[in-house]
Design a protein around this ligand. Structure first.
Ligand SMILES: Nc1ncnc2c1ncn2[C@@H]1O[C@H](COP(=O)(O)OP(=O)(O)O)[C@@H](O)[C@H]1O
Ligand SMILES: [Mg+2]
Length: 308
């Protein structure tokens, strides 16, 4: 099911909203680059994936434009984390195509996967920090694992990233000594420490108070723009996520129910999308497990017949 937009414009989103008119014609100096700047960073076509024989994604297609914040939303258990794992090559789709920088992720060998993963930062659900390491050492961890940079350079990079999230002064504290919101920001600094092209945030706002939530959301937006990265944010928080995202993708029933700018998605009259963006408990995604109707269970006949 696709987004039922009120406008008749059904060109791909990238050509409507995100692509500057001149960007499709690369200047000569860039002609040797394998891909044009305007091509999507991630391109997903008709992806099918299931755990065992239980289908989770049933023909999912979307694109993630460069330099933008893309929100991936949908009901719990709908396959959002699975999409991130497919992009990172942790799992492989049964069919369809998933390209990162034009490379088919599912076809990469170990070395190829390692190379693309270095270009991706990931903030996991509940962004676990190492509890026995300081804030500094937590952020330094990926640098020490993946590079052989001298310690003086590690220090400068870590402090720069901590500065970007406002926690340069907290470098010597341990996770038990900082608030949940601060811990999330440390995890954010760690996710960007290798200067990735793409950062994927899996429910970065879960469990945060409203102020920390707002701060984290603004930070994701600011880091995206100041570092020139591309961000995918999986989130349930409609208001804050719609505020910071350039485009929203809504997954429902194993498909992409909508992909578009926040205002477009908000204005959609597709029932599946409406149910989600207006947080209605019942609609095409059913609240009630299938069973007898209310009338059958509570009506006069039920009372008379002692039905259960
Ligand atoms: N490793 C796994 N093995 C089997 N089923 C899984 C596994 N991981 C997730 N699932 C199931 O796949 C569905 C989609 O999961 P997930 O992608 O985590 O959803 P979301 O992130 O949208 O909540 C869920 O029903 C979940 O229980
Ligand atoms: Mg998840």
């Amino acid at each position: 099911m696709s987004l039922a937009m009120s406008s008749a414009d059904r060109r791909p989103l990238s050509s409507r909203v995100h692509t500057a008119p001149h960007a499709s014609r690369a200047p000569d100096c860039l002609s040797s680059m394998p891909l044009s700047i305007s091509s999507p960073l991630v391109e997903c076509r008709d992806l099918r994936f299931g755990y065992g024989d239980r289908p989770i994604l049933d023909g999912v297609s979307f694109t993630v434009p460069r330099g933008k914040v893309t929100a991936l939303m949908g009901a719990s258990g709908g396959g959002k984390t699975t999409v991130l794992r497919l992009i990172g090559g942790q799992v492989r789709a049964q069919s369809g195509s998933l390209r990162f920088e034009g490379q088919e992720v599912g076809a990469l060998d170990r070395a190829g996967l390692y190379a693309i993963r270095r270009r991706m930062g990931m903030l996991f659900q509940f962004g676990a920090l190492f509890t026995d390491l300081t804030v500094f050492d937590n952020v330094a961890f990926p640098l020490r694992e993946h590079t052989r940079l001298p310690e003086a350079l590690v220090r400068d990079i870590v402090l720069m990233k901590l500065n970007a999230v406002g926690l340069r002064g907290a470098r010597d504290l341990r996770p038990s000594e900082i608030s949940g919101g601060m811990a999330r920001r440390v995890a954010l600094a760690r996710a960007i420490v290798l200067d990735p092209d793409l950062v994927m945030y899996d429910e970065p706002f879960a469990g945060l108070d409203p102020i920390s939530l707002g701060t984290s959301a603004q930070l994701i937006r600011r880091l995206n723009d100041s570092l020139g990265i591309t961000s995918i944010v999986v989130s349930h928080d409609l208001e804050e996520t719609f505020r910071i995202a350039d485009q929203v993708i809504i997954l429902a029933n194993g498909r992409v129910a909508a992909q578009g700018a926040p205002a477009e998605v908000m204005a959609s009259d597709d029932p599946l999308v409406r149910q989600f963006v207006h947080a209605q408990p019942d609609g095409p995604v059913r609240f009630h497990y299938p069973g007898p109707t209310v009338a059958e269970d509570f009506g006069p006949r039920a009372a008379a017949g002692g039905r259960r």
